[in-house]
Design a protein around this ligand. Sequence first.
Ligand code: COI
Length: 348
Amino acid sequence: MTITPEVAAAIQQFRLPDKLGFGAVNAPVMFSAEWQDGKWGPGQLLPYGPIPVLPGARALQYGELVFEGLKAYRVGQSRPNLFRADANCRRMQQSASRLSMAPVPDELFFGALEAVVRACETFIPSQSGQSLYLRPFVFGTESGYLLRNSTTFRFMVIANPVEAYASGTPSVAIERHDVRAAVGGVGAAKTAANYAASLRGSTAAVARGHAVALWLDAASHRYVQELSGMNFFAVIDGELHTPALDSAILPGVTRDSVITLARHLGYTVHERQMDIDELLTQIGSGRCSETFACGTAAIIMPISALADSDNLHKTRQINVVASRLREALLAIQERRAPDPFNWVRVIP
Ligand code: COI
């Protein structure tokens, strides 16, 4: 893909700061392609910066937007690699299908990712746990209030050199009132609406000193769904339990990787309905020894306690199984260990 003088200048001027955070530092280039007259244009690299969007665009008025999150790694390697990018590509197509938006074909998705990663290659941070976070997204650009899909779309990829999203062993707050997603809705699609619905609960959780909110099902407010931006796991009697997927839970790529890896390491993994009150009782009796969350951004985040209003339910151990799985997962992602599942794709 052509590197214009503007893009080359943006890359040349960029300096990787010591402190990265998560999303605080923007890579100097981005990819953009447009859908018009029923087809995608070839797309191009641009310097990172503001884009023109009509105020009446469907994305702004009705949230017609789907996105993905994945990472490029370059820890002790000369060539960067992606991790399960095919799964992200498929999920973005499924999210677009749920919103009846134009799907991004595989070649365009991978071409865009590879162009951005190659352009950013020299400043992919290289310590374990660090990476270049890639955020592909598609949004409806047509202006108007009619409740039908936009006929024009824009596909973009922006990128951020990052550390892990969360650190330490935080507590999470059980959200008993607000609902993130209902069965039959858009909870399984990676679309802005789900994140918007979770903002009040998450902001309140953070204000009370917790990392995020833990969401329950919409119908009965009883079954665990997921955390804001992460899937949930509990270790009960030494076995792993995670909520079974339904159309209200995001099918996390990291969730799937953790299940596969855990089984490979000898754990029994159950995907089932998880009643929150039963779980709290099991934490109290010690049968549930540990809980953790996982996601692309968070990798694997150990949880120290579940907060139910002001009652803190602390597990008897923290970060024992979680750290084992985190290390095993990161070692594959960072190419420090063999990749028996063929998950890693080196950028040529
Ligand atoms: C990701 O893990 O990629 C997400 O999109 C979650 C977000 C809260 C950063």
